[in-house]
Design a protein around this ligand. Structure first.
Ligand code: LLP
Length: 485
């Protein structure tokens, strides 16, 4: 079947899209008419054909393929919808566009990998705190990993079972710990003063708190220093040498604390599962030591951190199954419940930031594509020099010259770039350009710098329609903070 058989599908906006479609919205491709077409598209079937693979391997691989695909017709699709068509119909750009089915597929990959183990998949809310996404992940069966009182409040609002939630952090506030204690959330102990606060919170709430000790296994995660956490100089977790002190302190507070497990989190964007295995070996040794002192602990929490294929260059990265399989025997050998805390690997590849090209310019030896999105909406490239794949959403004019560009935003900072040295066809003004893998740590880290208000978010539903899942922020929202002062 040729990919050219694929018909562009008119996005059918579901009821939750509460704004009129603007028929006059600017389209750089006036010949791109929205026409009704059958709903069932075969895009994925076409692109995943590979007779050499077994069906099971295909099923596993497909979960981690990109739901945004360039088809042979030169258009970028999200689950069978042309991104260009969505872009032409929404009222504001840039915007975030997600695939709800991809979120489900990512979750299912973890759930299937965990079969045969008692486990909690604790979604790390910091990666993306969109309420609709949280509700969906909760419906699928996720617990939640929280790092602030507000994340806990949001998890409760999204309906998460608090007894499947874990409260992390090196600076948890007493009032937030009180809420966690009241709700029966697991709390990770991070330091001496943190333990003190947890004891106070238990007394104030009148409830015993289930705690895990966050131990630094001192394993190098081989990632950017800003996202490494499990080494001994990190600000997170307790020093291994102090383990006995913490065990004695817990023993001394039987009315306030119940020690239920041990936790570690090595870092983020990890692409070698051996690193998780090395840490898990150390952690089960600690668990043996702790149990030998009479504690009946039953949870091993290995944190989050699995990396994803940001480069789109065909690298084979470890899957959730690879991760779980590398620790499975250790977990079974100690009859433990396994807690994992994925953020990025559940949500990053489900989303693109969709931008419009404002213009192209050349200064000195540099070519620039200037877009309407910026470091305000997506800061990872500026902050970590992170690579996120960039491409145009529609075929460029046939005479478009291919050049090397820095893709930059309009923000008044030279650090405002989304990609450096990218080879792209010279895009016409108004062309759509996406930054891939924008589901994790992009919207949740967005700011309103230069008064660029946070963008709206949409997702493609299971039936192929598009719904708004968060309103874009407005100038009026900003001014409201000064009312009555
Ligand atoms: N658990 C703990 C204790 C964490 O600190 C984190 C992330 C996670 C779980 C989730 O890790 P993930 O599976 O998402 O890698 N802003 C950075 C990432 C910071 C990660 C912080 N901790 C970025 O944009 O890459």
């Amino acid at each position: 079947m040729a990919a050219t058989n694929l018909l562009p599908q008119t996005p059918t906006f579901s009821k939750s899209l509460k704004y009129p479609l603007n028929p006059k919205s600017f389209s750089p491709f006036p010949n791109l008419l929205l026409r009704p077409s059958p709903k069932t598209l075969t895009l994925k079937a076409v692109l995943s054909q590979n007779p050499a693979k077994t069906l099971a391997a295909d099923a596993q691989a497909q979960r981690f393929q990109h739901c945004f695909r360039k088809s042979e017709d030169g258009f970028l699709y999200c689950e069978g919808l042309r991104v260009q068509d969505v872009m032409d119909q929404v009222e504001k750009r840039p915007f975030y566009l997600y695939s709800k089915p991809q979120i489900t597929r990512n979750f299912e990959a973890y759930r299937e990998a965990l079969e045969g183990l008692r486990s909690i998949i604790g979604y790390a809310i910091k990666a993306n705190n969109n309420l609709k996404i949280l509700e969906h992940l909760r419906e699928l069966g996720c617990g939640a990993v929280l790092v602030s009182g507000n994340e806990l409040r949001l998890a409760l609002r999204a309906g998460f079972d608090p007894t499947r939630c874990i409260f992390n952090g090196n600076g948890k506030l007493l009032e937030d710990l009180v809420l966690a204690a009241q709700e029966g959330v697991f709390v990770n102990v991070d330091s001496e003063f943190d333990l003190d606060n947890i004891i106070s919170a238990a007394r104030i709430a009148g409830k015993k708190v289930n705690v895990l000790l966050r131990i630094n296994p001192d394993v190098d995660p081989q990632v950017h220093p800003y996202v490494a956490t499990g080494n001994k100089n990190s600000k997170f977790g307790i020093r291994n040498e102090k383990l006995q002190w913490f065990l004695d302190a817990v023993k001394a507070h039987p009315n306030e604390l119940k020690l239920v497990g041990a936790h570690c989190h090595l870092g983020s964007t990890i692409t070698k599962v051996d690193i998780f295995r090395d840490a898990a070996v150390l952690m089960v040794n600690y668990i043996d030591e702790i149990r030998a002192q009479g504690f009946e602990i039953s949870y091993l929490n290995i944190g989050g951190g699995l990396g994803i294929d940001y480069y789109h260059a065909g690298a084979v990265l470890p899957s959730p199954r690879d991760l779980i399989d590398t620790v499975r025997e250790l977990v079974l050998s100690r009859d433990l419940n396994l807690i994992i805390e994925p953020g990025r690997s559940l949500i990053a590849n489900t989303c693109c930031l969709v931008n419009r090209v404002t213009g192209v310019k050349t200064n000195g030896t540099k070519n620039f594509v200037v877009i309407d999105g910026s470091m305000a909406e997506l800061i990872r490239p500026s902050l970590y020099d992170a690579y996120q794949h960039i491409e145009l959403v529609s075929p460029p004019p046939s005479d478009a010259q291919i050049s090397t560009f820095d893709v930059v935003g309009p923000v008044c900072e030279s650090a405002d770039f989304l990609g450096k040295d990218r080879e792209l066809p010279t895009p016409p003004r108004g062309a759509g350009l996406v930054v891939h893998d924008a589901g994790a740590y992009c919207m949740s880290m967005a700011s309103t710098y230069n008064l660029k208000m946070r963008p709206p978010e949409y997702w493609v539903e299971d039936d192929g329609s598009v719904s708004k899942i968060r309103h874009g922020e407005t100038f009026e929202d900003h001014v409201r903070y000064f009312e009555g002062l």
